[in-house]
Design a protein around this ligand. Structure first.
Ligand SMILES: [Cu+2]
Length: 170
């Protein structure tokens, strides 16, 4: 190929602001597709570790918008495979995080409702679909799982994971 790259390299400076909206969009979406290995609410699961299975259902309409069960109690160090079934008639999402993170994220979702979450602590399911999240709860505390599709969390699609601290061993 005889493509001459020079014109590209010598892009005039006025082109740079034109690129800014793209990089800003990336910046805004950054934490949604990149999750550091360890978070304050644990870390992505490791298929080699022992795993507890927790079945969760998502419902809407007749049964009301909810996750069932809504409260899950675990122990620090537990790895859980959430097997999630969307029994509703609408798309739903499960985002596992701290309550504060989900509170903030919910506000972003209002501005950008079609935001996709390709990350190990999140899942979006079509009606009738099943999916899973494998998560290692390395930190004790109270964490949140919510459907952040605007309106759903407010209508009841929110649950709590309580992770009990491991006994200090001697
Ligand atoms: Cu939902």
């Amino acid at each position: 190929m005889k493509l001459n790259l020079k014109p590209l390299i010598s892009l005039p400076l006025f082109m740079i602001p034109w690129l800014a909206p793209m990089s800003m969009a990336n910046e805004a979406g950054h934490h949604h597709d990149e999750l550091s290995e360890t978070t304050v609410f644990g870390e992505p699961g490791n298929a080699k570790l022992p795993t507890k299975v927790v079945q969760l259902t998502m419902t809407d309409q007749g049964k009301g918008m909810a996750f069932t069960p809504q409260n899950i109690t675990l122990h620090q160090g537990d790895q859980v495979k959430f097997i999630v079934h969307n029994e509703g008639a609408l798309d739903h999402e499960m985002m596992l995080a701290t309550k504060q993170m989900n509170d903030e994220h919910a506000l972003e979702m209002v501005k950008n409702p079609d935001m996709e979450h390709d990350q190990p602590n999140a899942l979006r399911l079509k009606p009738g679909a099943r999916g899973k999240i494998l998560w290692h709860f390395t930190k004790a505390g109270e964490f949140d799982f919510s459907c952040l599709i605007p309106g759903h969390r407010e209508a009841g699609m929110q649950g709590k994971v309580t992770v009990i601290a491991r006994q200090a061993s001697k």
